[in-house]
Design a protein around this ligand. Structure first.
Ligand code: IPE
Ligand code: IPE
Ligand code: MG
Length: 246
């Protein structure tokens, strides 16, 4: 496995969980005087690329922010195109996911997805559940605040029923009440397209993530750039608030 590692990367220091805010599809298309949807279609190539790279490197968790709770406010035509694209992507990739040991997972307000999209998503999750090389989590109709509200509601119900006492509410319980339960917090969050914000993505989970912003638009994001971000990640000192011994 080590032999395939690109120069400068150390297997032991690779992140366990990388999360991407895939941004810039619209601008990629606009620059070429194309329809925004063409940008989203091109973005699918980067998804395949990043997934393949992470799988080959042995990174066990990859999360991709594909559609936010706020993205529902985009024009219906664009939302419909994105949903269609997602369904096609899942159907086309299913065999590859299984072959490559990818387990598909999804977080977000999945009930808001069109019926056929949700059905395809759940079926793909079911068919890939034996995947043991990498867990690919799609954040779809996802918003961190909505996820936290849902967790607060679930904890409140346990308190109301007497199952949990308020003094027993701790960080572990909150983490377990989020949709990302069972998935380690991301070590690395990458946002493409030059925007420097989190846009409601994994706000609780990214408390100590290393964050990288690149100007590259998502459809242009390459394997080489992924490697270079991983190299920089390995050079960063993660202190978690402590003072490290000299
Ligand atoms: C990211 O690209 C994909 C989604 C948010 C669905 P955008 O569609 O946000 O592209 P820009 O930011 O307008 O360039
Ligand atoms: C964030 O991108 C959501 C996804 C990448 C899915 P947006 O393009 O929706 O975010 P803003 O509007 O620039 O904050
Ligand atoms: Mg955007």
């Amino acid at each position: 496995m080590d032999s395939i590692l690109p120069e400068g990367l150390v297997a032991e220091a690779l992140p366990t969980h990388v999360a991407f805010i895939m941004d810039g599809n619209g601008r990629w298309a606009k620059k070429r005087v194309m329809n925004r949807v063409t940008g989203h279609e091109k973005g699918a190539r980067s998804v395949r690329q990043v997934l393949e790279t992470a799988t080959q490197l042995g990174i066990p968790y990859l999360t991709l922010y594909a559609f936010s709770t706020e993205n529902w406010q985009r024009p219906k035509k664009e939302v419909d195109a994105l949903m269609g694209l997602l369904t096609r992507f899942l159907k086309n990739e299913k065999a590859n996911l299984v072959k490559n040991g990818v387990r598909l997972h999804a977080i977000g307000e999945l009930d808001r997805l069109p019926k056929d999209v949700k059905k395809t998503l759940l079926a793909t999750m079911e068919e890939t559940r034996e995947g043991d090389r990498i867990t690919l989590t799609l954040a779809l109709s996802y918003g961190s605040r909505s996820e936290m509200v849902e967790a607060i509601r679930a904890i409140s119900e346990k308190v109301a029923s007497g199952e949990v006492s308020p003094s027993a509410i701790d960080e572990a319980l909150v983490s377990q009440s989020l949709q990302t339960r069972g998935i380690p917090d991301p070590d690395l969050v990458v946002r493409t397209s030059g925007e420097m914000r989190l846009s409601n993505f994994l706000l609780w989970q990214s408390a100590y993530s290393e964050i990288f912003f690149t100007d590259t638009l998502w459809p242009d994001f390459s394997e080489e750039e992924f490697y270079s971000i991983l190299r920089e990640f390995q050079g960063r000192e993660r202190r978690f608030g402590k003072v490290l011994e000299p």
